[in-house]
Design a protein around this ligand. Structure first.
Ligand SMILES: [Fe+2]
Length: 366
């Protein structure tokens, strides 16, 4: 969802055809039993890692759930969204789910935390969110969206991260506690030889700048970019080569606006990217480091588009939630990596459907 500005393009004008390549007593009856939100953290405390599964690794990106538990109507939508996630997890059987932000929202800022109907408050909200992944035994990583930060006065991002990490299927962690936000981290996918084959990067794209006159949305902080650059260089030194990577965060960077009016833009581009108005240089750093092959974001619910720009794929996920605006059927973006291959496949998935299949073969730049 937008920070404050939302400029819609004419509906359909940029949608392109396929191209190649509680309060306890207030809980609605449909809510079911309360979810235990008090469990101790059980997710791995060390640095997590993934492995190829018979030569493949499937990532299912969900984004912009906009779950809220402030009204009965919102509560019902949140339950419906979690059921949609259950369905897609069953359908796609991913090795990892990545949820790129705006997961629990606060009724458009009208309520403090967005979980007023839950006896366990925001901790129960997060516990409800993690249930589908636990039921399906699918590990997941979250990146926070601007609306997940909206309750900072009540609960900080780092406190929320610890709530998420109570789930045994959570793999997100803070690589460096000094960085802004929470959940900035990278996780390797190991090849069958045990080496670092692919690196997954997760960034908190934050929410709003202190000086709102500068931009409606925050920019990724220079310290986060420095962290990426430092880690990327260390990984290259250890591996003796650049390790190809994919990066996930919520608010698109300014370069996503290159999708506008380009015939190569693939998928729905129904609104301009609501990026920060200032460019803090993450994209340029990715170009300079030459290892990240794709950036995957959310935030703009009318978009599920993809564009290869300056050698890097910029892609939106498909909005997954029933809350908030957005015209498209609630779904996800599947990304499939094949061990030993230098490319990956991606497409939009909804119940019984696959749309906008796209395949890229490329090598990391030297
Ligand atoms: Fe959103």
């Amino acid at each position: 969802m937008t920070c404050s500005r939302r400029r819609f393009l004419a509906a359909g004008a940029s949608a392109l055809a396929a191209m190649p390549v509680s309060k306890a007593g207030a809980v609605p009856a449909a809510a079911g039993a309360a979810v235990d939100a008090s469990a101790e953290p059980t997710a791995p405390r060390g640095r997590p890692m993934f492995r190829y599964n018979n030569g493949r690794f499937r990532i299912l990106q969900f984004t912009d759930l906009h779950n809220s538990y402030s009204t009965k109507k919102e509560y019902a939508k949140a339950e419906k969204t979690l059921d949609r996630i259950r369905l897609l997890l069953e359908q796609e059987k991913p090795d990892l789910a990545v949820i790129t932000g705006d997961i629990i929202v606060n009724s458009g800022g009208k309520t403090p935390v967005g979980c007023e109907l839950l006896e366990g408050g925001v901790a129960e909200g997060w516990a409800r969110f993690t249930k589908p992944f636990e039921e399906a035994q699918v590990p997941f990583v979250t990146t926070f969206g601007n609306h997940d930060h909206d309750r900072e006065k009540s609960v900080s991002a780092k406190e929320q991260l610890e709530m998420i990490r109570r789930s045994p299927m959570s793999r997100v962690y803070n690589a460096d506690d000094s960085l802004p936000g929470a959940g900035n981290c990278s996780i390797p996918i190991l090849g069958s030889d045990g080496t670092d084959a692919v690196r997954l990067w997760f960034i908190d794209s934050l929410s709003y700048p202190k000086r709102r006159e500068l931009s409606s949305c925050a920019w990724i902080d220079y310290s986060q970019i420095q962290w990426y650059r430092r880690e990327s260089a260390n990984i290259e030194t250890l591996a003796g080569r650049k390790v190809p990577g994919l990066m996930f965060f919520h608010i698109p960077v300014l370069e996503f606006n290159q999708m506008r009016d380009r015939s190569q833009t693939f998928g729905h581009y129904g609104e301009d990217a609501d990026s920060s108005e200032l460019n803090s240089g993450l994209f340029t750093s990715l170009i300079e480091r030459g290892d990240v092959l794709g950036i995957f974001t959310g935030h703009d619910h009318n978009n599920d588009s993809l564009l290869q720009y300056k050698g890097i794929v910029m892609a939106y996920g498909r909005k997954t939630g029933y809350g908030g605006y957005g015209p498209h059927d609630q779904g996800g973006r599947l990304i499939e990596l094949v061990e030993g291959s230098d490319g990956y496949r991606t497409c939009i998935v909804t119940p019984g459907r696959t749309d906008y299949p796209w395949y890229w073969r490329a090598r990391p730049r030297e």
